[in-house]
Design a protein around this ligand. Structure first.
Ligand code: ZN
Length: 83
């Protein structure tokens, strides 16, 4: 299965990583479910990730290495960079 089929960017919150609407830091969906808010700032509004800036990319890379995030999900953003 292609990564783009697996994760539809227009879909509901099925993605493993979301972005905080307030502090714009990435949040693990697991952490959001556990805490019910952004672990960084306590905001409860999140949105789907459209773009990963360098700081957030580093965080997500770490989560992939730790096995918390599916590497296929990260591929969606690596492909956007056109490397
Ligand atoms: Zn936040």
């Amino acid at each position: 299965m292609e990564a783009t089929d697996k994760y539809n960017k227009e879909g509901a919150f099925v993605e493993p990583v979301l972005i905080c609407d307030s502090c714009t830091k990435v949040i693990l969906l697991d952490d959001l479910h556990k805490q019910g808010m952004c672990p960084e700032c306590g905001n409860t509004k999140v949105r789907n990730v459209k773009i990963l800036n360098d700081e957030n990319l580093l965080r997500v890379n770490k989560w992939v290495e730790e096995g918390k995030v599916d590497p296929d999900w990260l591929k969606l953003f690596e492909e956007d960079k056109g490397e």
